[in-house]
Design a protein around this ligand. Structure first.
Ligand code: FEO
Length: 172
């Protein structure tokens, strides 16, 4: 089936959004490390890698369909944050926006009767449930234990063990 221009465009826009998300999390990772939270910084660095793998999954899909994958302008990301809780509040908020955007891509593809694309996007719809849940769990833990003290030290240690697994690639 021919790859339609409307779907190609919205997917290229989603690639930019995924790269922007990656930059946001890398920026947060830097802030966290600067503020002595190495484990949280590691968690965010893995998050950065995940977002880049999301971008590449869509990028490769566009090429596989005979489309032209293009990288649009990537806006700059915030570099200053009010604290740990603020970072995870922003993460939750941002993931909600990404979910909306993925749903919008799905809707466009469905209208175009491009079911290869809706099938590919189904992976993202499932992934977003996990992304939102994980960020919210960490935010709730921070709210429970507060932003300072030994409990944060322990959570920092735990998040320091997170490693990147490219599930985006193996799911293709
Ligand atoms: Fe690519 Fe965090 O969604």
């Amino acid at each position: 089936m021919k790859f339609g221009k409307k779907v190609e465009q919205i997917l290229n826009e989603q690639v930019v959004k995924e790269i922007w998300s990656a930059h946001l999390y890398l920026s947060m990772s830097s802030w966290l490390e600067t503020n002595g939270l190495k484990g949280f910084a590691n968690w965010m660095r893995v998050q950065y890698q995940e977002e880049m793998s999301h971008a590449m999954k869509i990028f490769d899909f566009i090429l596989a369909r005979g489309g032209h994958a293009v990288i649009g302008a990537i806006d700059s990301v915030p570099t200053e944050f009010k604290g740990l809780k603020h970072i995870f509040e922003e993460t939750c908020k941002h993931e909600g926006i990404v979910t909306e955007s993925i749903h919008n891509c799905f809707e466009v593809a469905e209208k175009e009767r491009d079911f290869s694309t809706t099938n590919m996007l189904q992976w993202f719809i499932d992934e977003q449930v996990e992304e939102e849940q994980t960020a919210l769990e960490i935010l709730n833990q921070i709210k429970l234990i507060g932003e300072e003290g030994s409990a944060i030290y322990l959570l920092d240690k735990e998040l320091g063990t997170r490693v990147f697994v490219n599930t985006a690639q193996s799911a293709q």
